[in-house]
Design a protein around this ligand. Sequence first.
Ligand code: GLA
Length: 401
Amino acid sequence: MITWKLIFIIAFIRFTTCQNGLGYKTPPMGWNPYNAFNSSFNDTLIRQHVDIIVNQGYLAAGYRYINLDDGWQASERTKDNRLSFNSSKFPFGIKDLADYVHRNGLLFGIYSDAGIQTCGGLPGSLDYEDIDVQTFVDWDIDYLKYDNCNEQRRPEQERYKKMGDALNSATAGKNKTIYYNICEWGTSNPWLWGPGVGHSWRTTPDIIAFWPSIISIIDSQVRLTEYGGPERGWNDPDMLVLGFERIPYDEQVTHYAFWAALKAPLILGCDLRKVDDKIKALILNDDIISVNQDPLGLSICQVYYKTDNDISFDIWTGPLDDGYVAILFNRGIESKSITLDFKNHCRLDGTIEVYDLVNQLSNGNYANNYTAVDIPKHGVEFIKLIGGNNFDDDRPCLNYS
Ligand code: GLA
């Protein structure tokens, strides 16, 4: 159960230790090539994505980081120990690309690794933190994803803090913050030490674009929902796999609803040149994005769980700045109806308007409860509750501690 004392203590630690980038009030939104292209990306592909993001409504919807992943680097450092770029993939260099990104009103992110080599075997930043941050600052980056391969068995906290300190020193006194994404896959409980070191921390191994991976990540977040928030930083259950054709539409809706309401960073990972209109409309759904970018910044938590072979389902709820949000989640393989009890699952009473966030329409007013009918296999009804009276600040989260 979240306690305000805990929030205050973590916010205080963060305020006193992390000068680089206070003020990430909401999770970052952007695009990264890894899920669709692995390390096979180049200058042309990135610029194409910049153009799509700007011209096809993604920037207007809030997607504003363009991040490189593993594979931008040259295979060796330069003579003066600097990281350099792969010049066949990036013939104009990284600064030129960053300038293009910035000229288009976007922010630019880069990738490195808290080990001697990245996961793809390219030079890592371990023990080169200051010099690498200098290079990144020279290139005017706005975001660093910092991975965890080839770590020489040195403790996570030490390695990640060293990079955080390097970012703090390089940006101190400048009107510049660099978003710092700790990508250590949840191995050393980074939700406990990440606040004050970085702005978000991966909570899971890599996502894969199929249902078993999506549902196992959702399940792994059950115990972590209290750890993210403004002034603390964000749980990062990995980048989105929206837009991958092999994932059925209803499962994509479930994926997006959870990432939005868990207050996860929304980093798209698909080939935006090939997204069909239905998925594009889902990605650009401003009601779903508003849940993610809600100023209160609190994650939903699980409030009900029923497991009974193929009819298992669960209910997650959480407060918004201007209402409440709920996910009624059908885990089973047959369609099913699920009832949300306003008092037990949300601590709300009175008359409540139920707004369908995916279809963007009001389902009408209800008292006491609301039944979502025929939720499809692996699907959700993702709703906002408007009005009513929140009669108890203690949330009804299931207690897993
Ligand atoms: C790790 C990270 C991924 C990706 C790859 C790149 O697996 O978790 O997100 O960055 O490395 O090699």
